[in-house]
Design a protein around this ligand. Structure first.
Ligand SMILES: C[S@@+](CC[C@H](N)C(=O)[O-])C[C@H]1O[C@@H](n2cnc3c(N)ncnc32)[C@H](O)[C@@H]1O
Length: 497
């Protein structure tokens, strides 16, 4: 049975935009550096780009063999490579795309490599994966070009036998037509796992929690290109005005449906390289993340605690909502991350943020009890809501990670809650889809603390999202397919007077 017969599978039909092909610099009236026109998509087409593939191959091998983080390694490799913007875009796409589709690619290759892919030398295995990725998922690269490039790399790195084998395998793949061909007798969750390249345990977990159909939609959404959105610094400029400026500069920019502070920008490259960014008019932030500060609803003059604040996106947003009037204590466990927060605050012209570095479990012993009007616990979590941006999470995370982080989350929530004034509001949020880290934490907390009540569903955030997002216990769960944003959980709790 082919993917096409399953509907919506990863065949070669239809034009797919490059996933990360526009990740480089770009040019516009307010954009610094780079050479492409604002919003212009890359046209890597049929140009030979062997060096992009060589860079991508090296990164893939080291991610597999050394456990290197793909984003860090790719960034440093691209800096050293001297590749053009377009070739860097292709290398980026090959790395993230191949990592993201690993299960599907290996499933296909197993049928064509007689000794099995596990026995191949790492660079040969990864060369086959990245070449198959191009054949199956990149419509703009002609299949024969992907094969020729692979054979050239194999000739350079290995002997005649290896390049012959690579050529033979990839040409057999080309002759096979629509892929993957799924074996008979697979369960629904196995089918989803192979087709959408997610570990079986994840699919099973999501199917048990949300149902099979929703689990499949989550996996499919995780394979979509992540949207680029920015949060407007409303202490400096209105969303309407910034939107006008962006459109006048030729960007494909539209108001976010999800957040009144957000703008979604397509094909504009890295907006942190623009002068809008350096002038403090905007911050790059996912649309779901923007809902969190809005749920906290801090008002000018208030005292606010952000317990796990680095790199400072939500602290800064709260400062903007408070019109820089009041006090935000932005704490993070790691001292070196305090600078990330203070740099953001300085760039955005926010003086109300003070940084600190402590284990949030110890804050209750260090700060006066019941001294904050608002508390945000944006807790460390398994991060399974942000797989689109970090595909290696699929392979790095294990089911045990969810349970072990849940223990810390429960302790953190209990501990920091003592710092909230009666009548104050505490928001618990995570960027995960796992209810063991979300609903379960909040419901156990509410059971143990009768002086707290849930008020999530009276928030404007819920009013705006309720037709699409899920109510998860006492909080709100956004899944990646709901708005094309990150998966997020937000619970708003009030301490009784
Ligand atoms: C989800 S991130 C926070 C993101 C941040 N709120 C933002 O919007 O930019 C979680 C943060 O918790 C921090 N962290 C982890 N364990 C902590 C602890 N025990 N106490 C304080 N911070 C902790 C991590 O260093 C990490 O920066």
């Amino acid at each position: 049975m082919s993917a096409g017969m399953n509907g919506g599978g990863p065949g070669r039909s239809g034009q797919r935009p490059g996933r990360y092909g526009d990740a480089g610099r770009q040019q516009g009236s307010r954009v610094q550096g780079g050479s492409g026109a604002a919003g212009k998509s890359t046209d890597r087409g049929t140009r030979p780009a062997a060096s992009s593939r060589a860079v991508a191959l090296d990164v893939l091998v080291r991610v597999e063999q050394e456990g290197a983080y793909s984003n860090l390694l790719l960034n440093s490799s691209l800096q050293k490579s001297g590749l053009s913007r377009e070739d860097s875009g292709l290398a980026t796409e090959l790395v993230y795309g191949t990592l993201s589709r690993l299960i599907t690619l290996d499933y296909v290759l197993e049928d064509f490599v007689s000794k099995g892919i596990a026995k191949l030398t790492p660079w040969v295995r990864n060369l086959l994966r990245l070449s198959l990725y191009q054949i199956m998922y990149l419509d703009r690269i002609p299949p024969h070009a992907a094969v020729n490039e692979a054979v050239n790399i194999a000739k350079k790195r290995g002997h005649q036998g290896i390049s012959g084998m690579v050529n033979g395998v990839l040409r057999s793949v080309l002759r096979a037509g629509e892929l993957p061909v799924l074996k008979k007798g697979l369960s629904e969750t196995e089918r989803i796992s192979i087709l959408h390249s997610h570990p079986l345990w994840m699919v099973e977990r999501w199917a048990a929690e949300y149902g099979t159909q929703t689990a499949e939609a989550m996996c499919a959404a995780n394979n979509e290109p992540p949207a680029v959105s920015v949060r407007v610094n409303t202490t400096m400029i209105s969303r309407h005005k910034l939107l006008e400026e962006m459109q006048a500069a030729g960007l494909n920019a539209a108001a976010s449906r999800l957040s009144p502070y957000g703008i979604v920008v397509k094909g504009a490259g890295n907006l942190a390289l623009t002068s809008w960014y350096s002038d403090g008019y905007l911050s790059v932030q996912d649309e779901s993340s923007m809902l969190v500060a809005e749920a906290v609803a801090p008002e000018p003059g208030m005292r606010v605690l952000d317990c796990c604040a680095a790199p400072g996106g939500k602290s800064a947003h709260m400062g903007e909502l408070m019109k820089d009037d009041g006090y935000i204590y932005a704490n993070d466990l790691h001292a070196h991350k305090a600078k990330l927060i203070s740099d953001q605050a300085a760039r955005l012209g926010l003086d109300c943020i003070t940084t600190g570095s402590a284990d949030a479990l110890e804050l209750a012993g260090k700060l006066p009890a019941e001294s904050f009007d608002r508390i945000l616990l944006d807790a460390p979590c398994s991060g399974l809501g942000v797989i689109r941006r970090k595909p290696d999470l699929k392979w790095r995370k294990q089911p045990e990670d969810v349970d072990s982080i849940a223990g810390l989350q429960a302790e953190l929530l209990q501990s920091v809650s003592r710092l909230l004034k009666p009548g104050g509001v505490l928001v618990y949020s995570t960027c995960t889809t796992e209810q063991a880290e979300n609903r379960a934490i909040v419901s156990a907390f509410l059971k143990r603390n009768p002086d707290f009540v849930p008020v999530s569903f009276s928030s404007p955030v819920w009013e705006r999202t309720k037709d699409t997002a899920l109510a998860a216990g006492d909080g709100i769960q956004l899944l990646p397919q709901h708005f094309g944003s990150d998966g997020f959980y937000i619970a708003r709790l009030q301490r009784l007077l």
